[in-house]
Design a protein around this ligand. Structure first.
Ligand SMILES: [Zn+2]
Length: 508
């Protein structure tokens, strides 16, 4: 009985506390977003409320009744959804050259991760570089990673495989310094010079990343279906020392939902052993990268290629022919650099009257073009995409010749929420906001909560369209009516403002 009374007293106290939740003492705000359906980013169902913004932060969610409240600007979001801006886990681009990054803003993205695939700006002094980025008229927030390949170049190691103790020390000390201003290390083990790194080197670097409680994001060694497990296991070994993340998870020429579930089960087994392993995908069935991806390891750099072409031409051509055929053939390779832009490899080779492998060796070379490769299976990739462990990335840029750079986040809403019903809107938003924030340990973004930074988008999901195509990849997405970055409205009704408000984010 006594216990009962005690419970009752506690209950009454709680009720009183909730009842006492009076209006905050806020006398003025810069922006009030009223009447919107709020999707807070946690995955919880939407609810109707108002959001009040002062400076770069959300200061209140609810309704402030006080007639004395001064409001700088009222945005009526009636009939629309209000959510945190999306966070792109893996993007590309040069913020000194294309700082507005409107392609991202137009698809609802307010923060992007750069320095991916092992390649970050080749500067010793990352702090000064990031300061100059911060002075640009930035459209989105920039989250920088340190590239492992860049570290190797900075340390003068390049494509050497066995490195000396002194060289390792040099890698470690540059990493240690640059991690102070970045969120983790990226590796690109399918590219030179990253592919030359031995396991021991990667483990030593993982220890440094772990000491600073950061993450390794990896374009893994090989994404071919029969090599995928080996690649994931290699990353998992580094995961004993730090958090690890699979960039743009895919199976090149794997097929079906069952195969996707095997891949996901492998990841879950690894997580059970205590490794904090996560992943992201982009919603397109073609990958996009330099043509060197179909060249053998011994001919990927220009220097190696010159030697290979002279001494091992037949072997080189045979390798390329087999590799391209495994990747669905020359008809499934869409070239993306002048003068071959928009032609398939089959068409371009035919125009020169050559077999495609000869054309690639004699007319193009490993550094000669980028291309889209139609190597993925829809059922497999869509099964990966729906899993809770998998976040979303574009892997795109403002200038790349692949629709993902302008379409990804709009396509998730258009294809998987509205048309396909594979994800609820709340779930999709969570995958693109609080989940990436958690992976990056970005504590003040990714949620609509009091005290968080005001990166906010307002939209009606029915109107969201990814209009970029493989033929016209630079068409902006539509339907995100308002985009706010750090409390400033920077894009409204498909129009970019002149003064933008993105900034370089620093780790805490
Ligand atoms: Zn990559």
């Amino acid at each position: 009985m006594k216990n009962r009374i005690f419970q009752l007293v506690i209950l009454l106290l709680v009720i009183q506390l909730i009842g006492c939740k009076t209006e905050p003492k806020i006398t003025s705000v810069d922006i009030a977003i009223i009447n919107g359906n709020i999707i807070d980013g946690t995955g919880a169902k939407d609810y109707k409320s108002n959001i009040y913004i002062k400076g770069d932060s959300i200061v209140y969610i609810g309704k402030i009744e006080s007639p004395d409240l001064k409001i700088g600007k009222i945005i009526d979001a009636k009939g629309k959804f209000v959510s945190p801006g999306f966070i792109d886990l893996h993007a590309h681009g040069n913020p000194l050259r294309t700082p507005d990054f409107e392609n991202f803003l137009a698809m609802g993205v307010t923060s992007i991760v750069l320095g991916q695939d092992g390649s970050s700006p080749k500067v010793q002094d990352l702090k000064t570089y990031l300061n100059s980025v911060n002075q640009q008229n930035l459209g989105v927030n920039i989250i920088e990673f340190v590239g492992h390949g860049t570290l190797r170049n900075l340390a003068g190691i390049g494509i050497k495989s066995k490195i000396s103790a002194t060289e390792l020390e040099s890698l470690k000390s540059i990493l240690q310094e640059q991690l102070k201003f970045s969120f983790g290390l990226s590796t690109g083990l399918e590219y030179a010079p990253g592919l030359y790194a031995e396991e021991s080197e990667l483990i030593e670097l993982a220890k440094i990343v772990g000491e600073q409680d950061k993450i390794i994001m990896s374009h893994m060694r090989n994404e071919d279906d029969d090599e995928l497990k080996k690649s994931i296991d290699e990353l998992a070994k580094q995961g004993k020392y730090t958090r690890v993340h699979i960039a743009h998870l895919k199976s090149v020429f794997g097929k079906g939902a069952q195969r996707a579930n095997q891949i996901l089960d492998n990841i879950k087994q690894i997580r059970k052993s205590g490794v904090q392993l996560t992943a992201d995908v982009y919603p397109y069935m073609a990958s996009y990268t330099g043509i060197s991806i179909v060249f053998p390891d011994w001919s990927k750099t220009t220097k190696q290629f010159t030697v290979a072409k002279r001494n091992r031409k037949t072997e080189l051509e045979t390798f390329i022919r087999n590799k391209v055929n495994l990747r669905n053939g020359p008809e499934a390779t869409l070239l993306a650099s002048a003068p071959y832009t928009g032609k398939t490899l089959a068409e371009a080779a035919a125009s020169k009257n050559k077999p495609f492998e000869k054309f690639l060796v004699e007319d193009v070379g490993p550094q000669g073009t980028s291309a889209a490769y139609f190597v993925m299976n829809k059922e497999l990739q869509e099964t990966l995409l729906q899993d809770d462990l998998v976040g979303i990335c574009s892997d795109g840029s403002k200038t790349g010749f692949h629709p993902r750079g302008h379409g990804t986040f709009a396509k998730i809403i258009e294809n998987y929420v509205i048309k396909g019903s594979l994800l609820s809107l709340e779930k999709a938003v969570q995958k693109m906001t609080s989940y990436p924030a958690e992976i990056l340990q970005l504590k003040d973004r990714g949620l609509l909560k009091i005290g968080k930074k005001a990166d906010i988008i307002i939209f009606n999901p029915i109107n969201v369209k990814a209009t970029a195509t493989y033929v016209n990849p630079h068409q902006l997405a539509t339907g995100f009516d308002m985009v706010l970055v750090n409390g400033k409205l920077v894009r409204e009704n498909e129009q970019l403002k002149t003064s933008l408000s993105g900034k370089v984010l620093l780790p805490e």
